[in-house]
Ligand binder design. Sequence first.
Ligand SMILES: [Mn+2]
Length: 398
Amino acid sequence: MRQVWRWFGPDDTTTLPMVRQAGAAGIVTALHGVAPGIVWSPEAIAQRQSELAAHGFTWDVVESLPVSEAIKTQSGDWRDHIDAYRISLDNLAAAGIQVICYNFMPVLDWTRTQLAAPMPHGGTAMNFDLIDFAVFDIHILKRPGAVNDFPEDVVEAARLRAAEMDDRTSNSLIRAIGSGLPGDQIFSLDELLTRIAGYDKIDAPSLRSHFADFLGEVVPHAEKLGLRLCCHPDDPPFDLLGLPRIMSCEADYQWLVDAVGSPSNGITLCSGALGVRFETDLPGMVQRLGSHIHFVHLRNTRRSQRWGHQASFFEDEHLKGETDMPALISALLDEQARRRAEGRTDAEIPMRPDHGQDILDDLSRGGTAGYPAIGRLKGLAELRGVVHGLEHARRTQT
Ligand SMILES: [Mn+2]
């Protein structure tokens, strides 16, 4: 696997020389300042590439070329936004960038209730607590009907917790959930309610049909350009805020690859997001859908409590948690071997350590939540160790 690293641009507190010391080979980044629906210009793409080249890096993967809310809801300027998406793909292809990650989550990009939950080792990790989330949804946001979207015992536990919650705790809860809103935008609670209301008439089947329309418009274009689009799963992989989520499990990905049959219509396999679902079988998913995987995020989670598909969980160390990481990596090495045997030019799959716990100097460095320098360096080093060990065993077995 090609070891890549997510970098958020010149303001990232993890600098490119630090990424080089971590041993990553390539960079995953985006033009974070450009709003969804706006074309990524050749000049802006070239500038980002030259920032990377100055430190000996290439731009391996775009994460993300965002799909606008207008496209997801098929409202307003959505057709113009589709045109802009295609032009951005033209410009990325012309710059030699082939792998494009995106997601199709309504309103939120990802959701946690704590950005720095203390771990027993003294570091911190991101945490999602369904009861805290219910406190936010029912008692802080006061979303109409929220009470119907949680199990009864969660509603009751949230009622008790909300009664005891001081302002400091509730403000940090709002801040943690707000961090998962797309881009740098800070939404007010009223604005969040307005955005959620934009989905009042959109259920899972209609969101899926909007997604199919999007794929029908962009995938053939991407195929002509030789690009590989890859959809990231919902994080966490279950409905939140009454919004439909349609990329949460293997069946959703089977739907995706069947929706438009094309090598350009692929998967971002994120073990952290998908691994929260108790029924997820990641090595099996690689065996069944591996040929469509264009990008891999390796991260581990541990559930503390489960209610059906929903769960409270925290981001564990890369080789701890509930995903059997060596089994998953072994399946990915098998997939790469299959591709090599087929003569595929994309046999080496880009992989990045997804998130990391804040440890050592991370605790004072600041930066994007979930993306500390040392926590990810440790994760990447551990994953690299697994890859080397498995590759050695394969060489000596044959
Ligand atoms: Mn991910």
